[in-house]
Design a protein around this ligand. Structure first.
Ligand SMILES: Nc1ncnc2c1ncn2[C@@H]1O[C@H](COP(=O)(O)OP(=O)(O)OP(=O)(O)O)[C@@H](O)[C@H]1O
Ligand SMILES: Cc1cn([C@H]2C[C@H](O)[C@@H](COP(=O)(O)O)O2)c(=O)[nH]c1=O
Length: 264
């Protein structure tokens, strides 16, 4: 599919997966069934059939999480573009949502233009999600998938890294809609710090980000998929597509929405 290249040996068409996953030489007639190309095609066929038979199928809530500069925004944008091109109803959201009045207070704090008590800023981040909760639910229930750049896991990991109690940090998030899938872009704080634009906002400091990474480790649950954020952008994009499509299909089939910090 996307990454068709010509094999130097045989001049046959081989897909990118076949090369990187060591399937050996394959031509269009010998395309391996386990190759992600086949899996993505089959997921789409399944989705089209589901949509044709069930106009009430819901969308998915897919969150990208990770340290600052781990690549969330790049990958969220790429995923949304891909899903839209495939004709799916999808929107890109992000937290903090800086467009609201709460979001503007958060933005000023992150830019070091204002000072706030650690608990006060934590509650503002949480309020910023609550003010979007009902819109989020109506979008998802009417069939739109939301790809969200950061969610409550950022809230807990960043505030806990300041020394706040984890359970205290989770409490204001209880009852928010739980994501169907959390894709965690795993990258070391050192590697993230080498990337462009680092150091412009309040939390972009190496030692602090290391503590954030430790707290993220404690938040994993069954909805999490961890991907190597150090991979090349295109490799990561392909992997994230596969995971996201699997999730969208499961939600279309009727998986119920659940709430945060409750057993799934
Ligand atoms: N897989 C990658 N490999 C190398 N560089 C990358 C990769 N993904 C993103 N980048 C680069 O890293 C920088 C940060 O990327 P991006 O803005 O997507 O990260 P982010 O996690 O959204 O950051 P933040 O949380 O600070 O907003 C950008 O300069 C981007 O081009
Ligand atoms: C949602 C959320 C975010 N944060 C932190 C994480 C980042 O350092 C910034 C947001 O930066 P971005 O470039 O807009 O992703 O805020 C947090 O501390 N608590 C939260 O709930």
């Amino acid at each position: 599919m996307m990454f068709k290249v010509r094999s130097q040996e045989s001049n046959m068409q081989v897909c990118w997966h076949a090369r990187t996953m060591n399937f050996g030489r394959v031509g269009p007639l010998r395309h391996p069934k386990i190759c992600p190309c086949s899996q993505i095609r089959s997921s789409f066929r399944q989705m089209q059939m589901n949509t044709a038979h069930n106009d009430n199928s819901r969308g998915s809530l897919i969150v990208l999480e990770g340290l600052d500069r781990s690549g969330k925004t790049s990958q969220s944008n790429r995923l949304v573009t891909f899903l839209k091109e495939k004709g799916l109803s999808v929107e890109l959201w992000r937290f903090p949502d800086r467009s609201t009045s709460t979001g503007q207070m958060i933005s000023a704090y992150l830019a070091n233009e204002s000072q706030l008590d650690d608990r006060a800023i934590h509650l503002l981040f949480s309020a910023n999600r609550w003010e979007k909760r009902s819109l989020m639910e109506s979008k998802v229930m009417s069939g739109t998938s939301l790809i969200i750049d950061r969610y409550s896991y950022s809230g807990v990991a960043f505030s806990a890294a300041k020394g706040l109690d984890v359970e205290w940090c989770k409490a204001p998030e209880v009852g928010l809609i739980a994501p169907d899938l959390v894709i965690y872009l795993d990258i070391s704080a050192e590697k993230a710090a080498e990337r462009g634009g680092y150091g412009t906002e309040r939390y972009e400091q190496l030692e602090f980000q290391k503590k954030v990474a430790e707290h993220y480790q404690t938040l994993h649950d069954a909805s999490w998929k961890i991907v190597d954020g150090g991979l090349p952008v295109e490799t990561l994009e392909e992997r994230i597509r596969e995971i996201a499509l699997g999730c969208i299909l499961t939600c279309q089939k009727g998986k119920p929405l659940s709430k945060l910090w409750q057993a799934k």
